[in-house]
Write a protein that binds this ligand. Structure first.
Ligand SMILES: Nc1ncnc2c1ncn2[C@@H]1O[C@H](COP(=O)(O)OP(=O)(O)OP(=O)(O)O)[C@@H](O)[C@H]1O
Length: 287
């Protein structure tokens, strides 16, 4: 796997630098191999107890919200929302994100990914500052606005200010809200890009860019807009991705490689396989 990854980085660097020796078909072949190898690795890991897995750095699941070291007001918001304990994906993915890692989190629908995004954002944001510190991009208006609502509800006791920046809604209202100052923006790529270009959405304090259902965003043709947004963000940005369950991993890997080959980063992959029961297979991959 390590040899594959270094070849991957080599090829993506060639692509990024516009090297004329870059061979897209070699990249495609490598992607296929990588996918097969990854799935083999995950399938093998599924057979063993998490704590016995060797050769991969493992994040142990954190079984209660109390053990996550979250802000008191956030904990109140979580319990008030009716959550008693973290779901399986939350147990694995929340801490690595809070600890500043880029994370790829993939799990079935309804397993708590949106809530995971909401609670990590609430933890990372400093409400003493009124600048936008977290940006969440989603493929649909519904998901962007649902995410914003969960953030506002969970973050209610911390007085978090979130705004949904989505196509089809009033531009004037976006401008007014953003100029008043918000901590979090959850939006669709087109409208967010527009707000950034108008300089209404100021990006200098953004430390977290979350790509919600990133596979879906890329397959809907938002790739250029995502890169456009990304270009305007500070270089030391952290980028967690969420993926729908059946996502083709390679869409995201293209983005990850493109990003990590220029700045270097540590990615945590948290995946769940199995349709009837959840298997939790965290793998750290060093690029
Ligand atoms: N820790 C938890 N405890 C109890 N309920 C939870 C928890 N996390 C999420 N839920 C609830 O489970 C449902 C699904 O959660 P969420 O929307 O976050 O999942 P999702 O994986 O993003 O789903 P989808 O892919 O369908 O959007 C919601 O009703 C949410 O309130």
């Amino acid at each position: 796997m390590e040899a594959l990854l270094s070849q991957f980085t080599f090829l993506s660097d060639q692509a990024l630098q516009g090297n004329k020796n870059f061979d897209p078909s070699a990249m495609e072949d490598l992607m296929k191999l990588f996918e097969i190898e990854s799935y083999k690795a995950w399938a093998a890991l599924e057979l063993v107890e998490e704590k016995q897995v060797k050769g991969a750095e493992i994040t142990m699941p954190i079984l209660s919200f109390d053990q996550m070291g979250l802000k008191d007001e956030l904990l109140r918001g979580i319990y008030n929302y009716g959550f008693e304990k973290p779901s399986a994906i939350q147990q694995r993915a929340v801490m690595p994100i809070i600890n500043g890692r880029d994370v790829i989190a993939q799990a079935q629908s309804g397993t708590g990914k949106t809530s995971m995004v909401a609670l990590t954002v609430c933890q990372v944001v400093d409400t003493a500052s009124r600048e936008v510190q977290a940006l969440i991009l989603s493929p649909t208006r519904e998901l962007a606005s649902q995410t914003e609502k969960v953030i506002r509800t969970i973050g209610d006791f911390m007085n978090i200010q979130a705004h949904a920046c989505i196509g089809g809604k009033s531009v004037g209202e976006d401008i007014r809200k953003l100029e008043n100052g918000v901590h979090v923006v959850s939006g669709t790529p087109g409208r967010v890009c527009d707000m950034i270009k108008r300089r209404t959405l100021r990006t200098r304090a953004i430390k977290l860019l979350i790509l919600n259902e990133s596979d879906e965003m890329l397959s809907r043709g938002f790739k250029d807009q995502i890169y456009d947004v990304y270009r305007h963000l500070p270089p030391e940005l952290q980028v967690p991705f969420s993926l729908s369950y059946r996502a083709l991993f390679k869409f995201v890997l293209f983005f990850v490689i493109r990003r990590t080959s220029s700045i270097g980063s540590l990615i945590t992959v948290v995946m769940f396989l199995g349709t009837t029961s959840l298997c939790c297979l965290p793998i750290f991959t060093q690029f």
